[in-house]
Design a protein around this ligand. Structure first.
Ligand SMILES: C[S@@+](CC[C@H](N)C(=O)[O-])C[C@H]1O[C@@H](n2cnc3c(N)ncnc32)[C@H](O)[C@@H]1O
Length: 204
């Protein structure tokens, strides 16, 4: 799969621009404002920056990424910090190996790179792996305008609009808050705060 190769290549041979080692203030604020630090799932966890932060704050963390290189770095860093984190090399659209519900699900920059079929499966897994009151925080890019010139290695179809995000999770989650922004090159992006509603579809 081309996209997996792209991410693996970035972790092996480059310094990925997103791998800053800094947990975003939105996540820090969420943790500070919530006294229950239960089970957390970090989807597309990369080299584990946010998984490690959550574990250091008392969460029991599972991190998933399909780049084996990223997960190897994440395991190394967690061990160095003496934190027990359950890291998996896996595709976030195939989370059948996870069962217990999570109180907090975090996705920084992963969902927007997944195709439409995969996004549907992703949403089904998140619904299955959360319970009423669980919080799902998502950071995602919007698609680039069709007429915008692009860099050679940029994928054209990366990005998800706020409407698409809301619709994708509408049957199981309430969108509590959305904050629009732009990243370094002013690409449109947004933070989404979802809260899981009581069971709205049959458990598969
Ligand atoms: C932009 S990076 C962000 C990494 C991390 N969340 C962070 O903030 O540092 C996106 C990550 O999602 C992972 N990823 C993308 N699609 C994935 C998929 N379908 N399954 C698992 N991981 C995926 C990539 O390997 C990459 O590590």
């Amino acid at each position: 799969m081309l996209r997996k190769l792209f991410f693996d290549f970035q972790y092996r041979f480059a310094r990925p621009p997103w791998d800053t080692g800094i947990t975003p203030p939105e996540v820090v604020a969420f943790v500070a404002n919530n006294s229950t630090h239960g089970r957390a799932l970090d989807l597309g966890c990369g080299t584990g920056t946010n998984s490690i932060y959550l574990a250091s704050q008392g969460y029991q963390v599972v991190g998933v990424d399909f780049s084996s290189k990223a997960i190897a770095s994440a395991r190394f860093k967690a061990k160095r910090e003496q934190l027990a984190i359950d890291f998996h090399v896996a595709d976030v659209t195939h989370l059948e190996f996870l069962n217990e519900p999570f109180d907090y699900v975090l996705d920084i920059g992963c969902l927007h790179a997944i195709d439409e079929t995969g996004r549907t499966r992703y949403a089904e897994h998140i619904a299955r792996l959360t319970q009423s009151g669980s919080v799902f925080m998502l950071y995602a890019f919007s698609p680039r305008p069709a007429n915008e010139p692009r860099h050679l290695i940029q994928f054209r179809n990366v990005g998800i609009t706020p409407d698409q995000v809301e619709k994708l999770f509408a049957s199981d989650f309430k969108l509590e808050r959305i904050e629009h922004g732009g990243d370094r090159d002013e690409r449109k992006s947004a933070w989404y705060w979802f809260v899981r509603q009581s069971n709205s579809r049959p458990v598969r």
